[in-house]
Structures are given as C-alpha cells and as structure tokens.
Design a protein around this ligand. Sequence first.
Ligand SMILES: [Zn+2]
Ligand SMILES: [Zn+2]
Length: 617
Amino acid sequence: MPVTTAYDCEPNAKRLKLEEDVKEHAVQAVPAPAQAKPNVFVDLIKPKDKATTAGKDTATVRTASPKIPPRNHTPPTLPSSATRPISPPPVAAATKAAVNPDVPVPLMPRKLNKEPAAFTKRVTLLKALHGYMKPQNDKLLKAVKPEIKALHLTPNQLNKLAVDEEEKIATSNPSVYENILKQRLVKLKAMTPELWVKERREATTKQSGEPAKKPPPKRVDTGLTPKEEVTFLSMLKCPQDGLDAHGYVTKLPASADLAETHLALEAAAGWEQCDRCNTRFQVFPERREEDGMFTTGGECKYHWGKRVFPKKARGAPPEPTRLTCCNAEVGSPGCVTHETHVYNVKNSKRLSLIMPFIETPENSKVTEHSAVCFDCEMGYTTNGLEMLRLTVISWPQHKPLVDVLVRPLGHLLDVNTRFSGITMDQFVNAKPYDPANPKPVRKDLRIVESPYVARDLFLSHVSPLTPVVGHALENDLNTIRLIHPNIIDTVLLFPTRQGLPFRHGLRKLAKDHLAEDIQQGGAAGHDSYEDARTTGELVRFKIKEKWQLMKLEGWEIRDDGVHPPMPAEAPPKQAPSAPSMIPEARMAVLEGTPAVKRKMDDDDAGDELPLNKQEEE
Ligand SMILES: [Zn+2]
Ligand SMILES: [Zn+2]
C-alpha cells in the first residue's frame, strides 16, 4: 500500500498529516499487542513485523561497496536520485546560448562523445551551414528599421550560431544528422529575409529569457489597498479548535508524553516503514560500522505516480487501477529506484524530540499591518522528512523576505528532487547565508546551518498577531516546529465537497481559480517561491470573492477591522463564515455558488486522496 503513489502534485509533506489520521484509525482497528503503548506507537513497535522484517533484512543486506563513514554532515557521494535524470534532459541549446557571445568561436565542429559522422564531413557541413547563413545575416545591415538592424550578428557571433546549430543537430539526432543538416541547408538557401528576421527574433527572445520565461502572472484585483487586504484577513482566519485533529499542533506536548515517546523510540531501535515502498527497514543515526550504511533494506523501488481509477463500464470486466508514473498496474514492481528507503515522522511528540516546538514569541519589530506567506521544501534525512528550503514572502505584495536552503539536523538520505525541486548539487554547493546581506536571490540560494536558524529568520518577520498564509500550513508549521495562533490556510479556504481529510492540491486550485499552471517542473519538482506566491494570490482571490458581496451589503473596512453594515449585535445572515471543515457543497449553498460536480475518483489535477489508504486496508 504505497502511500506516495496517490500523489504527484504536492511534496509528500503536504499531506502527510492527513494520511496519518487515516492511518491512525486503521491502526487502532488492529488489536494492539498487550505490552504496547496505545495509539500511534502500536505501529512503531509492532514486534511481529519487526521480527519478520529483520529476518528478511539480514538475507538481503547489501554487499555493495561499503561507504566510508564521513566526518562532514552530508554523504560523500550524491544519491543517484539527486542526479539521475528521470525524464530525458532538455536539449542543451538554451544553456549554450547563455555563453558570452564575445568569446572567440572558431568555425569548427565541437568534439562529441558520440560523433554522428566523420569529422571531415562535419567540417564540410558546418562550413556550408555558415556559408548559407552569412548572406542572410549581411542583408540585415541594409535594413532601415533599427530593431531589425540590431539582429545583425558579428562574424564571431555568426560562427557561434552555426557551430551551436550544427552541434544541436549532431547531438539530438545523430542517426539522421546528415539528412537533417542538408534539409536545413535547403531551407536556408530558399529563405526570405523576412523569415530570417523572424527566426532571429525568436532566438533572441529565447536567449534573453531564462529557460522557462513565463509572462509575470496576473495579480488578482481585489479592489482593496494592501492595508485593507491585511485587515480583511481577520475574516479568513482559521479557527484553531478542531485543527489538531487534522495534523496542526496547537499545544506544546506535555513532557510526560515526550518521555513516553522517547522510551517507545528506544524500543523500536530505529525500525521504520518506508514512506515510498512501505518496506520495513532500520535507520541509524550515524553510519553503521560494518558497512557504512545509514539504512538497511537495500534499494527502494516504488511508483511515484498516483492512481488512475478506471471508469466502470457496465458489463465490462473490471479494469485494473493504473499508476500515472508508468501506467503500470497497482502492485507491480516500482518503476523508480532510489538508493535507500526513507521514512517520515508525523507524530508531533516524535517531532518534538528531534526539535522542540515553540509558540510564536512577541516581536516588537513587526508592524501591525503586515502578513507573510510561507512554504517549505523537504527532503529525507536520518531524522525523517526535514526542511531543506524555507521561503517567506510578504503578503499581499509577495516580496521575498527569506529564501534559504536549510541544513537538516539528520544526515541527508534523499533530497527528494521530484517534490522539493532541490538538487543535491545545489545543496552541496550552496554558499553560507550572510546575515549582513539577507536579501534572497533565487538563483543563488544561501544555506543556513540548521532549522533553528531558519526558524529564527522566519520569526524575525512575524509576531503572534501576524497573519501567516500558506497551503497545508500544518506541514510547514510542523517542519519549523512552530505553533502560531493566526493562520490562513488555502486548504481550509477552498475545501473539497467532502471536507477534510480530502483536500485540493495547490496546482488544481491555481488552475481553477487563477487560471495558472504551476508546478510544471515535473521531475524538477516544486519551487517554494512560486508555491508561496500562488498561495498568496489564492487568498487574494478569496478576498475578492467575499468582498464583492460584502461591499454590496454595506460592510466597511476600517483600520481596526471589518465592520458589518449595521451596529447590530448579531451579524447579518449572509455574514461570511470563517473557513471551516464544512464540505464545499454546503459552503456553496451558503455562498450561492454552484457545487463542484466532480467525482473524487476521476481525479485529474491533484485532489488529495487519502482515501486510497483506506481502500487498501
Ligand atoms: Zn511507476
Ligand atoms: Zn522504500
């Protein structure tokens, strides 16, 4: 029953809490061994499981090259998951274009590992290519319009253009290299000056923009000033009661509970269940002496995709449930292999033992009319899933306040690139964060030495009164171990028909309400800045929607809050209700919008489906 299979749209951490609920219910239904402590630790110290897995484990212990125990914090070798391309890597043309055009480029084909033709042949074809490009380029000098004249290339730039193009054809289609190049020559020979201009224009736009240059996303127009928007957030604040049932930590755990958890963990001796493939395996806080491994159980093979439930046709034999990653049937051997199994800690007491929770402290530096939006990206360490990147932006302006990589407390097992967007490379090579120069640069993220430092950076922008905006905030708050009293969560603002634990993914919400396509990174994962900004805009969309109605009814926004039209004790009937776990269908009745007529099982763009967990049991 692979948990992760059902999701591809959100980092694992985004829904773990909800799954835990489902899981805990399931666990409670199983009679607990007499000596086991009740509830969550039934799962943790189930002695039967431990014995069987332990036996299996010794039989399959990896004999592969043992690793040298490192003295530094990160493993000496990159996990293949950090570097292995999962889908074919994009053609390198865009990056080549970024090379300084003034570096002299001889008119010679670049050496390739796999030559598509004899080198002399390549030289001939390259010279021909350059020969056909040159008259086209020369004609540009005669142009009247300066913007067309500007497209003219220097001799060196033209060399580079030809060499780049020849190389691109040689690497992308080596088997038909000669054919494609000759076709290109024919096309160039017959090319009109207009077409050449068009081609050059398109190429320069591509070069100047970064690989995925999207137009800046449109901002929602709420009709309110930023200050009024922050004031309005009080209407959207999520009530704290009931939230702890859904993974939010609203109280500091009692020390007696922590002591009990500590004992249970000792009894468990590092046995965990893989978050991806469900294998039981052992994890060690430091590399094991005998083989230098952090984990037992060898490689982790699993499906990262989510399930596609077949449409039931009457009379037809039932179709198998398939997976989006590889279209294989559920239960088939995994299509992706990672070096090690990984696990995740969801229980707040266990989380506390790794790093204690705190309540947001007072902060006199924070101004009254400010709000923040934040998002974390996570990766797997010997401590479970830990924060690897923290992004905090101002709300509603969406200015980056903090954007740092975070060195976790445990040893890094897998940066989880598919979901975190973070690569091992980026992580290993990051320069240290410089407090004297705190402004975040997304292309050059700095690293802070621990999650404690990251949390302090977050807290420098927040007081207990500051509204904190996010999507599935319980995960982000739990990962920085913070109990915050004023939260606005898009999971609760845009509930599903069924209410929690079902929830809409951020990607789906962005598509439905903002007409934006986010998280298109595929194997490159998420970008927490983009996620935070999108979340912020979704909240602004909700404000716009609510304010349109309230304005008509005569509500007023003043410095001290949002006021109903009449000074009556009871607010009018149509007062917007605070977000709650009321299913969307019923919310829709309250708000007069049509209910979403989607079936949970023909999920496409990322509804959260913890249901599959139940279905399997
Ligand atoms: Zn698969
Ligand atoms: Zn696994």
